[in-house]
Design a protein around this ligand. Sequence first.
Ligand SMILES: [Zn+2]
Length: 59
Amino acid sequence: MRWRIRKCPECGRYTLKEVCPVCGAETKVAHPPKFSPEDPYGEYRRRLKKEILGIGVKK
Ligand SMILES: [Zn+2]
């Protein structure tokens, strides 16, 4: 599954939404669009996923 993790440039909140749930600013894609087969960002993305799930964002 391909994640489209986004980050608020204002408060630094990670979210999957295009608008920050905290301050309402427009968010940016937080990770690079390309991935190597080794997936060096796997750990990074897992941490983001935990953080996102931790704040209770539901689909
Ligand atoms: Zn924000």
